[in-house]
Design a protein around this ligand. Structure first.
Ligand code: ATP
Length: 777
């Protein structure tokens, strides 16, 4: 044996990341162990603590966690007397009891420790509303002379400081969730639910789960050691706003408390007479794809708990009450008033999301027809259809509002909310910023008002949250509370993970300039098949998503790209297109093919930009620049899910986009800052990777507010209609030449027709100026 080989086996130098030969980390490898985005070193006490807590866990936990199951082997006594059946039964009882949630008071962290842990994971909590008013202390008013002395700048700075101080004052430090084990032993969730979490392979809570679960499950316990919360009354529960990066696990953050609350309420209220399933929670999501994904997640968590999670359909009948104070569009107008003051709200282009909803209606009507004909076969009319047994309903806004209004909107007539849902105690808005944006606002507000339970809890989630939407939410919660007997709102607590500024920190961003529209198609082809590695960095590994501005452009890009994958590698089946003009069944099939890895390149619109979770997507290409910073965050966030590394977001821009590209460049710069990379002009490596350089960031023009608003609603105007809407590799010169030829042929034909007509009428044929030219015909 070569002894040197043996000795050097363990110390052989491994190729470093990014070096040739080094294994490339990709989201599709799915090898991420820790799904947490941030873990800053804040004094180092946190790491010590987590080790300590692990040792303090239950014995059973310790045995499995440390992997020392064999440690008991030395204690085995082969000659001990066999236990009697009574002893065995007693042992089993003891084991079951050990498995039950502990009755004694769990040990909580002191505030200082909480602060350290929260800071190291960049979790920031603020009480936005619902503090019980304390009588104000009289403050000395500054004299007029003093006021005059201060110049404007000084005053502004002072105001800023005061604002920050107020914010800091409102900041609180509740208990974080250090492990999923605490859910069962400290926060008392049902053991089956706890087992389902483990069964799904979730080992470490993500930041948003760390921060949000204790507060949602046991707010009084989560705030027990916190200071500055004397005026925060949590007996009736809390309302919650969670702002956390894309792919950070927000879905289970709202599903776990919703499922647990239903199990508990059912255990308390259940009698043989009451119905086992009562609609208690509604989750609203902006697109059908996202809604059905939430249903799937919910069903996995609810296995064996008896909780039914259902996707809203037109054919569903829910338990509802007649609305006594019939609300008409007057209330819609109320919301409109708010929308005027929120004219800057972040939104997706109307065409994409709104048309998705319309499409949904059409599809549903097809489904309804089918079901109706089935029902006729069973000799049952629509009215006799049984009430759907549901505990958690997941829906898009319009379809539920249609149910509440008893049909679709007739043109020119105000809509009346005819039904209310008094049993609903929890309303969850996923992608809340878009649901409260003018596109969906009326529908969302309508649903909110229909949930009439006096103790309704509200939780809102998104990766992006404009301040005006936040203000609208706070105002609406306060307004609603005034109608309740208590008159005071529940505390509204906001959790922000990372910095408040929007960012996607764990992926690589590339901003690529293409001089012309056809240049973008060439650049995309180069990403697929680079001529040399220097062209545009490493090739984009499939599977990846390509976003366009409109449905037409998605379709056109698909036509252009579908033969780009060689037949031997799967051919045109590897490239697919998904948008809201396709039927529901086609959409679901494409989603399934993309998830299974059969489709490598999925061309789509903003309909898939929010919430949809494809764990193994390696990259995102913004073929057309997203319409806002928020839209960029959501599109780019389709890769790098649950902290996976190696995701890439490539954005092409042409000179048409220059007025709008600054907001995207800012998000990229912020993401790199959050990831710990500084933007440095001299950093040539980064320049080659396409990250935004400072000179570019400075040079890009600022977008005017009005332009921003227009862009959000309509996108880049030239891409909606006209020549630029078509996607082709032909240069404008080639296209002009083709047009000229086509026009010449048309003109020649026209002349011929005119000559024939003149001959028939017996007159002289019109004299042509260039009679020698015979044209192209
Ligand atoms: N604790 C965890 N450990 C590992 N993976 C997790 C954990 N929690 C959630 N995930 C996984 O992370 C992925 C992203 O989760 P989810 O879709 O809830 O993200 P999100 O925050 O809602 O993203 P988006 O803002 O894009 O909607 C999912 O595949 C989910 O299964």
């Amino acid at each position: 044996m070569d002894i040197f080989k043996v000795l050097s086996r363990g110390i052989k130098a491994q190729p470093k990341k990014n070096q040739p030969g080094a294994p490339q980390l990709l989201p599709s490898a799915g090898a991420k162990v820790n799904p947490q985005f941030f873990h800053d070193n804040v004094g180092g006490s946190n790491s010590k603590r987590s080790k300590k807590r692990k040792r303090k866990g239950t014995q059973a936990n310790n045995a499995t966690e440390s992997g020392d199951d064999d440690s008991d082997a030395s204690d085995v006594d082969y000659f001990a007397p066999k236990p009697t059946p009574e002893e065995l039964a007693a042992k089993k009882d003891a084991e079951l009891k050990a498995d039950e949630p502990k009755k004694q008071k769990p040990k909580l962290m002191e505030e200082d420790e909480c602060r350290q842990t929260l800071k190291s994971h960049r979790l920031k909590f603020t009480v936005l509303a619902g503090r019980v008013q304390q009588p104000e202390e009289p403050t000395e008013k500054p004299s007029k002379k003093k006021k005059q002395k201060k110049d404007k700048k000084e005053q502004e700075e002072e105001d800023k400081k005061k604002k920050k101080k107020d914010e800091d004052k409102k900041q609180i430090y509740p208990q974080p969730l250090n492990s999923f084990g605490e859910l069962k032993y400290t926060y008392g969730i049902h053991p089956t639910l706890a087992d389902n979490i483990t069964r799904q392979g979730f080992r470490v809570p993500t930041e948003v789960q760390m921060g949000s679960l204790p507060l949602q499950l046991r707010p009084e316990m989560a705030l027990e050691k916190a200071s500055g919360v004397e005026d925060v009354k949590v007996e009736r529960g809390i309302d919650f706003l969670g702002v956390a990066p894309t792919g950070s696990g927000k879905t289970i953050s709202f599903l776990i408390p919703a499922i647990d609350a239903i199990i508990k309420r059912r255990a308390e209220d259940y009698t043989p007479e009451t119905d086992e399933h009562v609609l208690q929670a509604i989750v609203v999501a902006p697109t059908r794809e996202l809604a059905s994904q939430i249903v799937n997640e919910g069903r996995k968590l609810a296995i064996g708990t008896g909780v039914r999670v259902v996707l809203m359909k037109r054919t569903l009948r829910l338990v509802a009450e007649e609305n006594k104070q019939e609300e008409t569009e007057q209330d819609g107008k109320e919301a409109d008033k708010d929308s005027d003051h929120d004219s800057e709200a972040e939104s997706e282009p109307e065409e994409v999301l709104a048309s998705d909803e319309e499409e949904e209606e059409e599809e549903d009507s097809d489904a309804e027809k089918n079901e109706e004909s089935k029902a006729k076969g069973d000799k049952k009319s629509k009215k006799e259809r049984p009430i759907t047994k549901v505990d958690i309903l997941v829906t898009t806004p319009k379809i539920l509002l249609n149910f509440l209004c008893g049909g679709e909107k007739e043109k020119g007539k105000p809509r009346i909310v005819k039904k209310t849902l008094p049993t609903v105690q929890s309303l969850i808005l996923d992608e809340a910023d878009v649901l409260l944006d003018p596109i969906f606002r009326k529908q969302t507000m309508g649903i909110w008002r229909a949930c009439t339970h006096p103790n309704l809890g509200m939780t809102c989630w998104s990766a992006t949250m404009a301040s005006n939407i936040e203000a609208l939410l706070t105002k609406s919660i306060e307004k609603r509370a005034k109608r309740t007997p208590e008159q005071t709102p529940k505390p509204l607590i906001r959790l922000v993970v990372g910095l408040k500024d929007t960012a996607v920190p764990n992926i690589t961003h590339k901003l690529i300039y293409c001089a012309t529209e056809p240049g973008k198609l060439l650049a995309l082809r180069q990403l697929l098949h680079p001529v040399s590695s220097a062209d545009s960095g490493p090739p984009l590994r499939p599977p990846f998503l390509v976003f366009t501005q409109t449905i037409d452009r998605a379709q056109a890009l698909h036509d252009e790209l579908k033969y780009d994958i060689p037949l031997e590698a799967g051919g045109s089946a590897r490239v697919a297109v998904l948008h809201s003009s396709l039927s529901d069944s086609v959409r679901s099939k494409i989603m399934a093919r993309f998830r299974s890895g059969e489709v490598w390149v999925l061309i789509t619109t903003d309909v898939l930009a929010r919430g949809v979770d494809f764990a193994g997507v390696n990259g995102v290409v913004n073929y057309d620049v997203p319409v806002s910073a928020a839209a960029y965050v959501h599109r780019a966030g389709r890769t790098g899910r649950a902290g996976r590394e190696g995701g890439v977001a490539v954005t092409f821009y042409t000179k048409d986009d220059i007025p709008f590209v600054k907001s995207v460049a800012n998000v990229i710069a912020m993401s790199e800052k959050q990831a710990g990379k500084d933007i440095d002009e001299k950093d040539t490596v980064k320049a080659a990777q396409g990250s935004v350089q400072k000179w570019l960031l400075d040079a890009l023009p600022k977008v005017a507010k009005e332009d921003k608003r227009k862009l959000k609603v309509r996108g880049v105007e030239s891409r909606r209609t006209g020549g630029k809407a078509t996607i082709t590799t032909k240069s404008s010169w080639e296209r002009r030449r083709e047009n000229n030829r086509r026009e010449a042929i048309e003109a020649s034909k026209r002349r011929k027709r005119e000559a024939q007509k003149a001959e028939k009428e017996g007159g002289a044929a019109p004299v042509e100026k260039d009679e020698d030219w015979t044209g192209l015909d």
